[in-house]
Design a binder for this molecule. Sequence first.
Ligand code: BGC
Length: 467
Amino acid sequence: MNDQDMVETVEGQKHKMIVFFVAFTAALAGLLFGLDVGVIAGALPFIEKKYSISTFTSEGIVSSLLVGAVFGTIISGVMSRKFGRKNAILVSAIIFALGSLFSSISTSPGILIGVRFFLGIAVGIASFTAPLYLSEMAPPSIRGALISMYQLMITIGIVLAFLSDTVLSYGGHWRMMLGILMVPSMIMFLGVSFLLKSPRWLVLSDRKDEALQVLYRLRNTRKEVMDEIRDIEKSIEIKQSGFSLFMQNKNFRKAIFLGITLQAIQQFTGINVVMYYAPKIFKIAGFTTTAEEMWGTVMVGIINVLATFIAIGLVDKLGRKPILFTGFVVMGVSMATIGTMFKIGINTHHAIQFVAIGALLMFIVGFAMSAGPIIWVICSEIYPLNGRDLGITISTATNWLCNAIIGATFLTLLSDFGYGNTFFLYGGLNIIFIFILIYFVPETKGVSLETIEANLMSGKPINKIGI
Ligand code: BGC
C-alpha cells in the first residue's frame, strides 16, 4: 500500500489509507471476540445431546470462557506495557487459533471447559488491548468513530458465529462450528503481523526515533507529527500510579466504583442470557425445530448489529444519559412482557409466542442502542490519566466477571425460579438501573477529558463530573 493514498471521511477530513488499514486489522480482534462469544449458542444444544450433560456442566461450558477473559484482562495491562500492544494482540491471535482447534477436537465436556478457559484468556487480552491500540493509532478527530468500529465488529462477530452455526446445524456439525474459528484467527495473526507498533508504546519504551517514523507514516503533516509526539511525551510524564492513587484519593475511588457499577449494570441487563441461550429461549417459547431456533438466533444477531448504529449516530448528539434512560425503559418493559407471556402460558396461543419473541427482539434493540456501546464509552472517559490503566483493567474485568455470573446461573434460575420469574427478575433490575442512572451517572457528552478529570479530582459529586 502506498502511504500517500488518502481517504476522505464524511466530515471532509482526509486521512491516509494506512490509518484505516491499521484500524480495520486491529478491530478484527473485536470480530474474534464476538465470534467466540456467539459460537457457543449454536453449538451448545448439540454438545448437550452428545454428552447428555447436566445444567451445571452446560453453564460451565458457557462461562469458563468468561472466567478466562477476567484473567486475560488482568494480565493484559502488564503484557501490553512490557511486550507492546501489537505483540499482545499477536499472542491473543495465536491463543484464538489454538483454542479453536483444541475445542473442536476435545473429547469430553471437562476438556472443553478447560480449553474454553484458555480461549477466554485471548478474549480478555483482545478486549483490553485492541481498543487501547486503536485509541493510540487514531488521529484524534476520528478516535471515537474508530473505537465504535471495534464495538460494531463485536456484534458482527456474534452474528457471523450465529450464521455459521445455523448452516452447520443442519448436519449437527458442532465440532466444525468451534473449529472453523481457526480461519479468522489465522487471518488476524497475518494481518496483525504487518501492523505498525504503537507510537505511544515506543516512546514509553525509550524508542522515540521509531515512534517518529511510525507517526510520519500515519499522519499528514510534520506539524501533526510534532504536536502528537509532544503530547505523548507530556502525557507519559504523568506516571501510571493507579494503586497509590487508589489508596490515597477518595475521588479516584469514586470513579473506580462508578466504572464497576456501570459494567455490572451492563451485564445485569440480561443481554448475554439472550446471546448465549437464544436457541433455548426460542425453544421454550414454542419454536421447537432446530431451523426455527437457529434462524431466530440469527435474527437476534442481525438486530443487535443494526441497532448499534442508533447509538453511534446519537451518542454525541443526544448525550449518554437520555439514550441509556430510553434503553433501560425498553429493556425493562420487554423483559416484563416476556415474563408475563410465560406466566399466561406460552403454548396456549400462537399470538402469545409471537408477543414473547417480539419483546425479546425489542430487548435487543434496547440494549444495542444504549448500554451496549455507551457503557464502554463512559468507562473510557471517567478515569484521570494517571489511573487510567488500573481503572480500565478493573472495569473491564468486572464486565467479564458479571458476564460469567450471568452465564453460570441462567439455566439454574430457569429451573429453580421458573421461566416467568426469571424474566421478571431481569425486568426489575433494568428498572432499578434507571434510578442509578439518574442519581449517580454523569453526562459526559462534549466535555473534554481534562475537564472531567478536573471536576472529579476537585471533589464534585460523581454525577456532576461532566456537565
Ligand atoms: C457486551 C457483551 C455483549 C455484547 C453484545 C457488549 O457491549 O460487553 O457482553 O455480548 O455487547 O453485543
